[in-house]
Design a protein. Structure first.
Length: 615
């Protein structure tokens, strides 16, 4: 049989098509593992793309190098890929922050009957987050009709101090001179009940301080004396409670300290105080510049003005005296050009509320200044969000307040978060402040129970798993969930508020248990920071680790720390709080042994496992 040319051509075409189809099918079969790997590598590159965008969201800029993504944003293996299955050698992913191009440094090889190279390019647009300059508010406003002292008298406004260490906060009030004052919300733990000062290296206070410094908490400024002579001291302060001391310690240069104020003075009103008979009532000063500093050892004491008068002052019925800025016109090496102070309404994060933060900047000179405010915040997963804002400090404005948004992503892990603020003048960090924000653990509370002696042991702490209810003195008590609405601004749990609806003078001679669980990223020793009013006993994983007895001290002033071992993963935490009288509060934190934020998360109620099946 003879074929025509047309038939021959068609047969050849069909054969070629068949061979091509067979070849393509064979190629797809042979190259299928590579194509699967190609899609997997594309997905890995997309994950790296997302990590870069998260980094940019937090930092307002691209990473200069992909290594900056490790470990908070990406794992190290995500930065490399294997271009060929015939070789185990890996190549680096390529990233150009100038163009935003993310791709492979060499082509991806697909083997088969028809070997070919593939590349995959992702371009990330350089969409910079624009932060407008923060608008500041002039804070210092001298009152219209203050009492005027003598021409040689010196009046120092506390909110215009030129150095404020950790703990001091500037606040505003129409009843204060210049509309502002300073105070320490927390007890600094410098003084024992007997009046003996703690060793600053081993101070039990500063429960919330994570600055790494245990130096004495002080405020200081420099002032100019117009004439040689004797100057008498006085100070205007306000106490928060009738049982709270209204005492501050004032020191001029290196002279002996003077004690201003006394215990049990009228609370909630501004009072003038002169030094007690136990300390110097005046100082001898020469013409020129001198240093004034003071510290307080009671929480809640507010300080408004300090006066150095040529005559022994009589302040009965006196309100505000004339004074203010500047304390000296001289340019001093000891005086920083800018002083930073943070004011945070609460250190406690709740499910529905973010802390409100204001940054106060004290300017030493009268000229306008430009600066930058850098704010960084820890985020879940070891990430850090950094914001930078240009700020203007107007001339002849000594104190400027700037709002600072603490926008926390939700949902948040139950842990501590660091918030850092830096004031940058030129290329120099003028000052830095760090505060700890706390999203509290989920606690279950058993109480209020009959009073238990300090050395007593009960059924609860000896149980391998907790029962839903327990019997005490023929009465049955059930566990209740603690709500963060009862916690104060420091995250201290207030059981008086929980059980009685009031912080002060709740029920006396009672007890309670509280239970929670935490997850530790790794095993090892940690720092348990605990505080309780009146007697706090803590067990971790069934082992008694702390017993803190301070029957006459508030929870803040009873703060203690102890090293405890934790296992990787789940850990059980139980405490008993015995109540004698006054406030009924406690607080528990876990940090690294050098007192920094630990990789420890509170376990939500729904995932806690230390309960019996009957619950």
């Amino acid at each position: 049989m003879r074929f025509s040319i047309t038939q021959t051509v068609m047969a050849a075409v069909l054969l070629a098509a068949f061979l091509l189809a067979a070849g393509l099918a064979t190629d797809r079969i042979i190259g299928r593992p590579d194509r699967i790997r190609l899609e997997m590598e594309k997905e890995r590159l997309r994950r790296l793309h997302d990590a870069i965008l998260r980094f940019k969201l937090d930092r307002d800029d691209f990473p200069r190098d992909l290594s900056e993504l490790i470990p908070a944003y990406a794992s190290a293996d995500l930065l490399r890929f294997r271009p060929s299955r015939r070789s185990r050698a890996e190549k680096a992913v390529r990233w150009d922050p100038r163009t935003g191009i993310l791709d492979w440094s060499v082509p991806f090889r697909i083997d088969g009957l028809f070997p070919r190279d593939r590349n995959f390019v992702i371009t990330i647009p350089n969409l910079r987050v624009a932060h407008d300059a923060l608008a500041g508010v002039n804070v210092f406003h001298p009152v219209s009709t203050p009492r005027v002292l003598g021409p040689e008298d010196i009046v120092v406004e506390a909110e215009l101090f030129q150095s404020l260490t950790y703990g001091w906060q500037i606040e505003e009030s129409a009843s204060a001179s210049g509309n502002g004052y300073i105070h320490i919300k927390e007890g600094v733990g410098d003084i024992l009940d007997a009046g003996v000062e703690f060793d600053p290296k081993n101070r039990s206070g500063d429960f919330y301080n994570i600055s790494g410094s245990n130096n004495r908490i002080e405020a200081q400024c420099f002032f100019e004396v117009p004439a040689d002579g004797e100057y008498f001291l006085a100070g205007r302060t306000l106490a928060q409670r009738s049982k709270c001391s209204n005492v501050i310690r004032v020191q001029v240069d290196d002279k002996p300290e003077s004690i201003l104020g006394e215990n049990n003075t009228e609370p909630f009103v501004w009072l003038w105080h002169t030094p007690s008979w136990r300390s110097p009532v005046s100082v001898l000063l020469s013409n020129g510049v001198h240093r004034l500093k003071f510290h307080t050892y009671q929480d809640g004491v507010k300080v408004d003005q300090i006066v150095l008068s040529r005559k022994k002052p009589e302040f009965a019925g006196v309100g505000i005296v004339a004074g203010g800025y500047p304390q000296t016109n001289r340019c001093l090496d000891q005086v920083p050009p800018l002083t930073l102070s943070l004011s945070v309404d609460t250190l406690t994060i709740t499910e529905s509320n973010n802390p409100t933060l204001f940054v106060y900047v004290r300017k030493a000179c009268r000229e306008e200044m430009q600066a930058k405010l850098q704010v960084s915040l820890d985020l879940p997963g070891g990430r850090e969000r950094v914001r930078e804002y240009p700020i203007t400090l107007p001339a002849d404005t000594p104190l400027v307040k700037f709002p600072c948004d603490v926008a926390l992503p939700r949902p948040l892990d139950k842990k501590e978060y660091l918030l850092r603020c830096r004031l940058v003048a030129g290329d120099t960090i003028s000052q830095e402040r760090t505060v700890v924000l706390y999203h509290g653990y989920d606690w279950s509370v058993l109480g209020p129970l009959p009073f238990m002696k300090a050395e007593a042991t009960g059924e609860v702490e000896n149980a391998s798993s907790l029962a839903p209810r327990y019997c005490f003195t023929n009465q049955t008590f059930s566990w209740q969930r603690y709500s963060d609405q009862f916690s104060d601004q420091f995250g201290v749990m207030d059981f008086g508020l929980m059980f009685c609806g009031r912080t002060f003078d709740p029920m006396n001679n009672a007890a309670l248990y509280a239970y929670t669980e935490i997850d530790a990223a790794r095993s090892g020793d940690y720092l348990l920071k605990a505080q309780g009013d009146d007697h706090l006993v803590v067990w971790v994983n069934g082992r008694k680790v702390a017993s803190i007895m301070h029957p006459h001290a508030t929870a803040i002033r009873s703060a203690s720390h102890v090293r405890v071992p934790l296992q990787a993963g789940r850990n059980r935490v139980l405490f008993r709080l015995n109540q004698f009288d006054s406030q009924w509060q406690a607080g528990i934190r876990f940090r690294t042994t050098d007192d920094t934020v630990a990789d420890i998360l509170g376990v939500p109620f729904a995932r806690q496992s230390g309960w019996s099946q009957a619950r």
